[in-house]
Design a protein around this ligand. Structure first.
Ligand SMILES: Cc1cc2nc3c(=O)[nH]c(=O)nc-3n(C[C@H](O)[C@H](O)[C@H](O)COP(=O)(O)O)c2cc1C
Length: 184
């Protein structure tokens, strides 16, 4: 039985939902998966000896990763590197096929460039547009991105672009990481 750590940051709950889908898929395969928010990891610490595999996930908000994501990767660089690992990001731009690939998603490329931890497996998920629940300023910012990238701008729109079958496939793929990546 494998023990997986699913460490995540979520600004508005959608990445948490993706992380929970990953957790459920792993549990359905007969393994254990603990979900931890990155803030908890940074403040309370992590018992890394419990885990065989680690998955890290974060959304992009206003073009950047939250400060806690950088604190997490800086603090736990060695521990992350010591385990078979994968990193995913969640963006609305990934609703188009090119930007759903690690090579075509500039936010993922920015992560690889800046992060002291270099993940050995990468994934991009499309996130959620939720205009009615966002503040006027948040709505305006995403409407700008959508105008540029030909997406919905109607302020009443809620669209969940995440492909949950793909999320489950990714979870099962992560369970095999210890076969392809050596523990360091
Ligand atoms: C305030 C705000 C800013 C965002 N900025 C970006 C962005 O710059 N680029 C992008 O592709 N998606 C952006 N998004 C879309 C989010 O990545 C998407 O809604 C994701 O599902 C949010 O996940 P969360 O609920 O876990 O925070 C933004 C969303 C919000 C609410």
């Amino acid at each position: 039985m494998k023990h997986v750590l699913m460490a995540y940051y979520s600004h508005a709950g959608h990445t948490a939902r993706i992380a929970r889908t990953i957790q459920q898929a792993i549990v359905e395969e007969g393994h254990v998966c603990d979900m931890m928010e990155m803030m908890e990891c940074v403040r309370e610490g992590v018992d890394w000896s419990r885990y065989n595999i680690v998955i890290v996930g974060s959304p992009i908000v206003y073009g950047v990763y939250n400060k806690v994501v950088w604190e997490f990767v800086e603090k736990f660089r060695a521990e992350l590197d010591a385990l078979p690992n994968s990193f995913f990001n969640v963006t609305v731009v990934a609703r188009t096929p090119l930007k759903a690939t690690p090579e075509g998603n500039r936010y993922l490329q920015a992560f690889i460039k800046r992060s002291p931890w270099k993940p050995r497996d990468l994934k991009c998920f499309a996130g959620k547009v939720d205009y009615p629940h966002w503040t006027w300023y948040q709505r305006l910012m995403i409407q700008l991105i959508m105008r540029i990238t030909d997406g919905p701008t109607d302020p009443s729109v809620i669209v969940d672009y995440t492909d949950y079958e793909d999320v489950k496939d990714y979870a099962r793929h992560c369970l095999l990481l210890d076969k392809f990546q050596r523990r360091r």
